[in-house]
Design a protein around this ligand. Structure first.
Ligand code: ARG
Length: 462
């Protein structure tokens, strides 16, 4: 960053801004990230000013030309950002004026940085939301492929992290496809409120020029304009909503990450994960640490933090624009960066998951996961559920004393717990029998899992 000319508004001021104050108040070190969108917004504004007769065709041509040059300099990394010029908006405007003279000074007619910055953030965020939606969908695809390869893979389902009932690994993975589906819905919904145009609100009250806001909205692809000028410059609801949607995405990915950490622990041994997602220990040679899922879990904290930061930023601001709002950018930028990196890496990591079906099946057996099936069997033979529950509890206790699985008990042994138990009981005591019986929409029967995958694929193709 270079230090160059005096402040753009210094006519009213008698002493230069203190060096520390300058650094404290400048945002260009981070908001230069909005540059392309700032230029896009300025061009639409200039076109509108020309259309309503406020800006000459010659000035518009000069502005368009100058902005083209600035854009290519920025893209090539040849643009000198100066903190003397405070933010991205004034840096670009000053450069434009250096390039084209008075026409550059006319660009800011009927506009303020207050409506300008609100427009820039919305344009930028809309662009990022579209990318994030794509990334979330790609992760869904990866998970659907993993589910499809494991439609019949038996694993224990857990409640309280204790073995509960047999499920299929495919069914388990589909739970995350559902979560991501809601995440995509939330992003699409939030996008609607992002996609409204603040420009035209000027500093706060509107402007005396005969502007055409709807024209600008169309030029920039906004669905509509913000209908109150005070609200237009001060509203950051859309940023908070977006960050809330982001926090939910991270929370979902963190839960998945936590499961990966558990599953790859040798005591579970349900999966192996590619070495490239793990690191060794500098001191314990036997270790393979799941660093990537751990970081996914850890990074969830910063996005939650950004949500709270934005809510706190807004909570006591009087209308309309206040400089506080400049603090909206870093949390937003970091939320987007964290989400996009995390969605990408989780997708790649899930592609590399190697499933260990024998270990999963062993865990089903050790956990008496078909006990509920035995109870349901007795209920279907006429026993009240509470009595069936008690009979099965005794059977499990007996089996565990004998160090056997339920299906390894003989018919005679089983018969001591209820006279209703017949030879057909063995059909429900196997994990496969248990799975197949949960045969309704949303159930874990392989037939239903197959249908759910198909349904998800059709939904996503729309
Ligand atoms: N850098 C400022 C921001 O990010 C731009 C708007 C400043 N407006 C003002 N009147 N100081 O919010």
């Amino acid at each position: 960053m270079q230090d160059a000319s005096p402040k753009a508004w210094s006519g009213r001021f008698s002493e230069p801004v203190d060096e520390l104050v300058k650094r404290y108040t400048a945002s260009v070190t981070f908001d230069h990230r909005l540059a392309e969108f700032d230029i896009q917004g300025s061009l639409a504004h200039a076109q509108m000013l020309n259309k309503v007769g406020v800006l000459s065709a010659t000035d518009l041509a000069a502005i368009t030309h100058g902005m083209g040059k600035i854009l290519s300099d920025i893209r090539a990394g040849n643009f000198e950002w100066s903190i003397d010029l405070e933010d991205v908006h004034m840096n670009i405007e000053k450069r434009l004026t250096d390039l084209i003279g008075d026409a550059g000074k006319r660009l800011h007619t009927g506009r303020s940085r207050n409506d300008q910055v609100a427009t820039d953030i919305r344009l930028w965020l809309r662009h990022e939301i579209d990318i994030l939606i794509e990334l979330a969908r790609e992760l869904q695809e990866v998970l659907l492929d993993l589910a499809e390869a494991n439609i019949e893979t038996v694993m224990p389902g857990f409640t309280h992290l204790q073995v509960a009932q047999p499920i299929t690994f495919g069914h388990h993975i589909l739970a995350y496809v559902e979560m991501l589906g809601r995440d995509v819905e939330r992003l699409m919904d939030c996008r609607k409120r992002v996609n409204r145009l603040p420009l035209g609100a000027a500093a706060l009250a509107g402007t005396s020029y005969p502007i055409d806001r709807e024209y600008v909205a169309r030029q920039l692809g906004f669905d509509e304009v913000c209908y109150n000028s005070l609200d237009a410059v001060s509203d950051r609801d859309f940023a908070i909503e977006f960050t809330a949607a982001g926090a939910l995405i991270m929370m979902h990915l963190s839960r998945l990450a936590e499961e990966l950490v558990l599953w790859m622990n040798p005591r579970f041994g349900f999966i192996e994960m590619g070495d490239r997602y793990c690191t060794g220990s500098s001191i314990m040679p036997q270790k393979k640490n799941p660093d990537v899922p751990e970081l996914v879990r850890g990074k969830t904290g910063r996005v939650n933090g950004h949500l709270v930061a934005l809510l706190t930023l807004m909570k006591a601001q009087p209308l309309a624009y206040n400089k506080d709002n400049q603090e909206d950018k870093e949390p937003l930028f970091d939320t987007v960066d964290t989400l996009s990196a995390t969605l990408r890496i989780v997708a790649d990591m899930m592609r590399g998951v190697e499933v260990k079906p024998e270990a999963m099946r062993r865990a089903v057996k050790q956990g008496y996961a078909t006990a509920t099936d035995l109870a349901d069997y007795l209920v279907k033979k006429g026993l009240p559920f509470r009595d069936a529950h008690e009979a099965v509890a005794l059977a499990v206790r007996y089996a565990s004393e004998k160090r056997k699985d339920l299906e390894e008990l003989s018919l005679i042994e089983l018969g001591t717990f209820s006279p209703l138990i017949g030879v057909d009981v063995f059909g429900v005591l196997t994990p496969e029998g248990s799975l197949a019986s949960r045969d309704h929409i949303g159930g874990t029967a392989p037939k239903q899992v197959r249908a759910a995958i198909l349904r998800a694929r059709i939904r996503m193709a729309r």
